[in-house]
Design a protein around this ligand. Structure first.
Ligand code: AMP
Length: 177
């Protein structure tokens, strides 16, 4: 659900046309991050959306998910577990490859990052087609943990990424375009 408080965050999100390639309207959150009240509000509102769930670990997706996930983890008294681009994590990893418009991408997580039965909130900055979040959710489940909730600061509704996440009870976004 999009609340008035959340909707106010839109003011701080800059739109950059044709980045990183022609035709993409990039939602730049750096303008929100540098605004103390907006940063605090984004973290607070995301954590609030998960408040009725018991969350053991917050999983963040590299790179912009790393900004918000630890803030949410701090508020929920949970831990933080990184899901990273290939070749970055030093110990044994599990991997998931997913399709992009052109080509494919891979995400990795330490196999001991989560324990079987852990309740996880998955956090990224933005939901577009949902491929990234679905791959991260599959990684979480591959080690026996449970995705309790998924949260984004921004959702691009026309790309219908939410449909890829239909199996999850709680899929929240703070602002929608
Ligand atoms: P997707 O897998 O299609 O849901 O894409 C989500 C990932 O791509 C997120 O990690 C976003 O950071 C990034 N992303 C996709 N589209 C945009 C956009 N228009 N503006 C900013 N980031 C985007």
């Amino acid at each position: 659900m999009e609340s008035d408080n959340a909707n106010r965050l839109k003011h701080w999100i800059r739109e950059v046309p044709d980045f990183p390639k022609p035709g993409i309207l990039f939602k730049d959150i750096t303008t929100l991050l540098k605004e103390p009240a907006a940063l605090r509000e984004a973290a607070h509102l995301l954590a609030e959306r998960f408040a009725d769930r018991r969350v053991d670990q917050v999983v963040g997706i590299e790179a912009r998910g790393f900004i918000f996930a630890p803030l949410v983890a701090y508020r929920l008294n949970a831990g933080f577990v990184p899901v990273r681009k290939p070749g970055k994590l030093p110990a044994e990893t599990a991997a998931r490859t997913y399709e992009l418009e052109y080509g494919s991408d891979t995400l990795e997580m330490h196999v001991d990052g989560l324990s079987s039965g852990d309740r996880v909130a998955l956090v990224d900055d933005l939901l577009a087609t949902g491929g990234t979040a679905k791959a991260a959710a599959d990684l979480v489940e591959s080690v026996g943990a449970r995705v309790e909730a998924v949260g984004f600061v921004v959702e691009l509704t026309h790309l219908e990424g939410r449909r890829r996440l239909e199996g999850y009870d709680v899929v929240e976004s703070l602002v929608r375009y």
